[in-house]
Structures are given as structure tokens and as C-alpha cells.
Design a protein around this ligand. Structure first.
Ligand SMILES: O=C(O)CCC(=O)C(=O)O
Length: 274
């Protein structure tokens, strides 16, 4: 069994996970050296770490307009992969009137970190680094970015359909990891908001070990509507999340554009868009 599969197996079991986090964080050597300054000077680093530890996520981070514009320029001048197929690429404009003919649900860009300096500024930001370090408890590794569109998934008559792409699940990308998301267009209830089940990021009980994916009904009956948080926001607004918690995107009525940055203890080279 390789290290990645080994870690995916033990991460669900509390005491094995705790031991492994200690072992791998102690040995962790990172080449992630942050910039000296932050493009998020207003970010409260300590409160953000406390919130992620307590709830599994933290809101209230916002991109400056110039960074948002630069990322949108990148999106307007680069092709996307249709349903992650690197051999099938098309252009998508961020102009909201555009109707694309391609069938597909998730459209992702490639090489965003290499091609867009605004993305590099965020990825290596001093305050983001401090938050990743504080949350992970060791020198964090920067794993990479994903910039992607989520489009409506409909049947032949145009009705939204259920798909695992937009269902509750938790990620096991490492023993412990952290994602930072920013919406790149305005996201209301119709635009595929991200949804988190609060405080499900710490340990997994037997039901959770067995069920990495759960239905909406299971989510409601196990955790209750109070813990299911729907995150809407304006273009440029973002949030940190440990996606070891149950979470999902929502099948949108209108497309959504989002960027994700990821930090972890180990890098298995699965999370960058190269
Ligand atoms: O698109 C979303 O809001 C959810 C993304 C997601 O499921 C993930 O990053 O694991």
C-alpha cells in the first residue's frame, strides 16, 4: 500500500490519526516560504484559527478588487477543461450573458498558479501562511490551486437532477488539511452556494466512517438544520474550511465561478492544477 492510501485509511480512525499527525508534522519539511507582507492586512489570524478549530470553517476574508480583476482576466484569456478532461478544452467568458454549448458540469482551468500573479500572491500570503500553520500545527505545505466553474446539472427536460457532484461528502486529501475558497462571481441561493455541516471536521464516528457521502435527508436528521450552513457571498468574498467536514456545492440554477487554495501536512501532488 502506498503512503497516500495508507493515510486515507487511518485518517478516519481518531487515535491513529492523532498519532500520525504527530509523527508526520514532526518530520514535515516545507518549501513554502511566504511573502513578507499580506494582501489581507485586516485578517484576524488568531480568531480565524480559533473559528476553524471550533466550527470547521471561518468566514470574513475578502479579495482586493485588483486581485479579483486579475483573476477574472486570467479566466477570460484561458481555456477550461470540460469535466476535468484535459483533452477537451473550451473558452468560457465571465460575461454573464454567455450561453455555452458544451455539455459538462465542472469546467476547470489549468496552470492557474503559474500563469496568474494574483493567485501566487494569495497562495504565498503571509497571513494565510500563519493561519495554515496555526491550524495544521506544523510547517504547512502549499498543495495548489483550482479555479473552476460549476454549471447546472439538468435532465433532458431541463429539470435539475441529483448528482454526487453536488452531494454531501467529506474529503480525505491528507491527515489534516485546509482549503481557502473565494467566490469569483456573486453567489446567492440560486448560484450554487457552498454548504458546510458545522463541526463535523474533528473525528468520525462509526456512521461517518462508513458513509463518506450522505444524502440531504441523512444530513438533516443526523445534524439538524441549525448546523447546515449555506454560504452565500459577493464576488471576492471567501472562507477557510477544513473539508474533512461534511460539505457540498449546490446544483446551481446559474453558473458559479470559484477558486480554491489548499494547504496540508503532506503533499501527494493531487491537488494542483498543473
Ligand atoms: O463546489 C463546492 O462548493 C464544493 C467543493 C468540494 O466539494 C470540495 O472542494 O471538496
Amino acid at each position: 500500500m502506498n503512503k497516500y492510501n495508507f493515510i486515507r485509511m487511518i485518517t478516519k480512525v481518531k487515535f491513529l490519526r492523532i498519532l500520525a499527525i504527530k509523527y508526520y508534522s514532526f518530520r514535515s519539511i516545507s518549501n513554502y516560504i511566504p511573502f513578507n507582507e499580506s494582501v489581507f492586512p485586516e485578517l484576524d489570524v488568531s480568531k480565524t484559527i480559533i473559528d476553524i478549530k471550533k466550527y470547521g470553517y471561518s468566514l470574513n476574508i475578502k479579495l482586493r478588487d485588483n486581485l479579483l480583476t486579475e483573476i477574472l482576466d486570467f479566466c477570460n484569456t484561458n481555456k477550461v477543461c470540460v469535466d476535468r478532461d484535459v483533452k477537451n478544452k473550451i473558452m468560457i467568458s465571465t460575461n454573464d450573458d454567455e450561453i455555452i454549448k458544451s455539455k459538462g458540469t465542472i469546467f476547470n482551468y489549468t496552470h492557474s498558479f503559474k500563469k496568474c500573479s494574483a493567485i501566487r500572491k494569495i497562495a504565498y500570503d503571509k497571513n494565510i501562511y500563519e493561519i495554515a500553520k496555526g491550524y495544521l500545527g506544523c510547517e504547512p505545505k502549499f498543495l495548489g490551486t483550482q479555479v473552476f466553474w460549476s454549471y447546472p446539472k439538468k435532465d433532458a427536460s431541463g429539470n435539475p437532477i441529483n448528482t454526487p457532484l453536488y452531494g454531501f461528502h467529506y474529503d480525505i486529501d491528507d491527515l489534516k488539511f485546509l482549503k481557502l475558497f473565494f467566490y469569483l462571481n456573486d453567489v446567492d441561493e440560486n448560484r450554487g452556494p457552498h454548504v458546510i455541516i458545522e463541526n463535523t471536521h474533528l473525528n468520525k464516528n462509526l456512521f461517518e466512517i462508513k458513509n463518506r457521502r450522505i444524502s440531504k435527508n441523512q444530513a438533516m436528521s443526523k445534524y439538524g438544520s441549525d448546523r447546515i450552513k449555506v454560504i452565500t457571498g459577493k464576488a471576492g468574498e471567501g472562507f477557510f474550511e477544513d473539508t474533512f467536514c461534511y460539505h457540498k456545492g449546490t446544483n446551481p440554477h446559474k453558473r458559479r465561478l470559484m477558486i480554491q487554495f489548499q494547504y496540508a501536512i503532506n503533499d501527494f501532488n493531487h491537488q494542483n492544477d498543473n
